[in-house]
Design a protein around this ligand. Structure first.
Ligand code: 5GP
Ligand code: ZN
Length: 140
């Protein structure tokens, strides 16, 4: 437990939350400011700021529970689809520094657009250089 972390306080019951699911590894609850109604956050019970330090079993559980909640959102609230979204780091939009997986229910006409731009590589050489730089720094 990290003493100044609001999500650790939610897990400890010191800050109220609307629980959707809980097991020994993860806790899931309604986001207080949903993109669409039913938007859920899945968090590890252990405090981790980044997805990179979450043990594999817990990370797998987060993903699995997120998917199951996405399916439940479709069934329960008649949504068409869902996004799983994780912001790792402030520049990526992470505001709460306890890693969390967003489960965002989506309707075909919900008028919400991720601002997903698409750049291109200047050349095959640039593409190859970038790929090689990533591969050589990829830790096991
Ligand atoms: P981030 O931008 O870090 O990926 O997302 C943080 C999310 O946590 C936001 O969607 C925000 O609405 C949600 N959030 C922040 N504080 C609280 C809280 O006290 N309770 C709940 N249920 N959600 C919160
Ligand atoms: Zn925490």
């Amino acid at each position: 437990m990290s003493s100044n972390c609001i999500f650790c306080k939610i897990i400890a019951g010191e800050i109220p939350s609307v629980k959707i699911y809980e097991d020994e590894l993860v806790y899931a609850f309604l986001d207080i400011s949903p993109i669409n109604l039913g938007h859920v956050l899945v968090i590890p019970k252990e405090h981790h700021q980044s997805s990179s330090t979450v043990p594999e079993a817990t990370a797998g559980r987060m993903f699995r529970v997120g998917s199951r909640i996405g399916i439940a959102l479709k069934r329960a609230l008649d949504y068409d689809a869902f996004n799983l979204h994780l912001a790792d780091g402030a520049a990526a939009g992470q505001v709460v520094m306890h890693v969390h997986l967003h489960v965002v229910p989506r309707g075909a006409e919900d008028n919400f657009r991720w601002n997903w731009r698409q750049l291109s590589y200047a050349s095959d050489a640039e593409r190859a250089e970038i790929a090689e730089a990533i591969r050589t720094r990829l830790k096991p």
